[in-house]
Design a binder for this molecule. Structure first.
Ligand code: ZN
Length: 279
């Protein structure tokens, strides 16, 4: 049995007609196991649709996660923008929970010219407020800020692990492609990938590796970090070594492939994962 459920960021390209409900069926036909619902340009899914997707996903054994809108900055100088950012994350969490999704990821903040430690404290304060709101509304979904792809964005693995230590119930969404791009290609060996899993295990507990939210795809970087996602065949990122580390550390959870050729690359990752698991 697969520990990691692998699938696409949003609707597979070969889904016809294009809808989230049809995407769930298409993923099952393709033999994939997971989908991240992409609310990146706004949350427009109502409760009825979300509940339909939930029952379809259960029927077809497809797990779900959610990506909240891109327009989020918990370190904005404008208090109204912080309120709006939290609202977008909460909306994504609410719709995701209706759909039965396990985790909602988002890019938490920009540093601007601020001291990273101060940014950490501000993000933590806003995260704590969102956790309270989710609890008040009984919205059961995990908040998983994502490791980000550039040096202007809050979200190193260290920052997110620390956030998880200080705010129980928060876990990092590990985007290996972003860690690679952010490091300008340096974070690219089995030892790096294994040390990331060790950091999470040692500081957030073994359980954190059993429900791990992961992003993995090809990526191109420039001197400011992430430029764009690439098909696996074009990237320098050693994704096979990433999968090997995930197998060796017995990681379970949800792996979303954000490739421009979504399902083709998700199937490559899944095939490789199966090979590694059987050796
Ligand atoms: Zn993302």
């Amino acid at each position: 049995m697969d520990k990691l459920r692998i699938g696409t960021a949003g609707i597979p390209a070969s889904t016809k007609p294009r809808s989230t409900a049809n995407a769930v069926k298409r993923l099952a036909e393709l033999g994939l196991r997971h989908m991240e619902i992409e609310f990146v340009r706004g949350v427009r899914m109502g409760e009825e649709t979300a509940r339909e997707i939930r029952s379809l996903a259960e029927e077809h054994d497809i797990s779900l996660t959610v990506h909240a809108p891109y327009y989020v900055n918990l370190n904005s100088a404008d208090p109204e923008k912080i309120v709006a950012s939290k609202e977008r994350i909460i909306q994504a969490a609410r719709a995701g929970a209706w759909a039965g999704a396990k985790s909602v990821t988002f890019h938490a903040a920009y540093y601007h010219a601020d001291d990273p430690d101060e940014v950490f404290e501000r993000v933590k304060l806003q995260m704590a407020d969102m956790l309270e709101r989710l609890a008040d509304e009984n919205i059961q979904i995990r908040l998983s800020p994502e490791t980000t792809g550039g040096p202007t964005q809050f979200g190193t693995l260290e920052e997110l692990v620390r956030l998880g230590e200080e705010l129980p119930g928060v876990y990092p969404c590990v985007d290996f492609s972003h860690l690679f791009a952010r490091s300008l290609g340096e974070f690219n060996s089995y030892e790096h990938f294994a040390s990331a899993m060790e950091l999470i295990r040692d500081r957030l507990g073994e359980g954190a590796l059993k429900e791990q939210h992961i992003h993995l795809s090809g990526i191109e970087y420039g001197d400011k970090g992430e430029k764009r996602h690439l098909p696996l065949v074009e990237t320098e990122l050693k994704y096979g070594e990433v999968l090997k580390a995930l197998v060796d550390y017995d990681v379970a959870g949800w792996l979303t492939c954000e490739s421009p050729i979504l399902e083709e690359d998700a199937l490559i990752l899944q095939g490789l994962y199966h090979e590694l698991r059987s050796t």
